[in-house]
Unconditional design. Structure first.
Length: 87
């Protein structure tokens, strides 16, 4: 079996799949038990760099809730530092 090539396109496709999956799962969780709004926001924040509409929404959320946005940003940086692999 061939090894998956981890280039920028592969990472972009996986990021889009994860973001859209979170959004769809969040919408489903709005009518079923679960954390629907939180899951949708995770998907929006994942896709904010690539989809302009989600980028604008992310900025509005960060402007409206600055303390929460700072907390999420710090936690994201901690996770990135923990799992970042030098190529």
């Amino acid at each position: 079996m061939k090894r998956l090539i981890w280039n920028k396109h592969t990472k972009l496709v996986l990021k889009h799949l994860a973001g859209w999956f979170c959004i769809v799962a969040g919408v489903i969780m709005l009518i079923t038990p679960g954390q629907g709004i939180l899951t949708i926001l995770i998907g929006v924040f994942l896709l904010a760099d690539e989809v302009p509409m989600f980028g604008r929404l992310k900025l509005r959320i960060q402007h409206r809730f600055p303390k929460t946005a700072d907390y999420v940003h710090r936690k994201g940086e901690q996770l990135r530092a923990k799992f970042h692999h030098k190529d």
